[in-house]
Design a binder for this molecule. Sequence first.
Ligand code: SF4
Length: 193
Amino acid sequence: MAALRLHRWVPFSRANGPGYRAVIWVQGCTLGCPGCGNPATHPRKGGYLIEPRALVEKIASYSRQIEGVTISGGEPLQQKKPLLEFLGLLRTQTNLSVILFTGYSWAEVIKMREKRTLFSLIDVIIAGRYDQGQRLAKDLQGSANKTFHFLTRRYSQRDFQDILPAEILITSQGEIVFTGIDPLGLSDCSKAR
Ligand code: SF4
């Protein structure tokens, strides 16, 4: 059983997709988009390891209060084995929706060997490198080249309009986390992308 390398997770967010959502930021990304808002999530040796089952149990304990889970990073698709295990457990143990950000383009995603399993466990994928020359930072679209892929009927593009661009969270440990697609240019590492 492979562990997931995580940067951080929060149980409640209003700025990372429709409704209240848990958000996980995985640790590790080699894609190197210039201007990335999450450089602290790039090193593969940072963050901490957590068993997928343990993370699902933590998130499931909030499942009556949230609508879904958003997975960001870091690059989630560079940890496919533990990610798929996490997603499989989440699907069987909860009714939570799943949105996944990836820096891989859709053309790259559909070439991945695991794509069928991946697509069966996710509702929406937001794909593509962050391109600072096309910066949008609106409606969960970091830059205009990023593409939305609705894999189930749970959401449509309309559900991604008017999502809060930024929020400040205070965790149970007293940490202050700035998050969202445009967290006012503040330098926290948990920005969505
Ligand atoms: S924007 Fe995403 S894919 Fe690009 S370097 Fe940052 S974390 Fe990696």
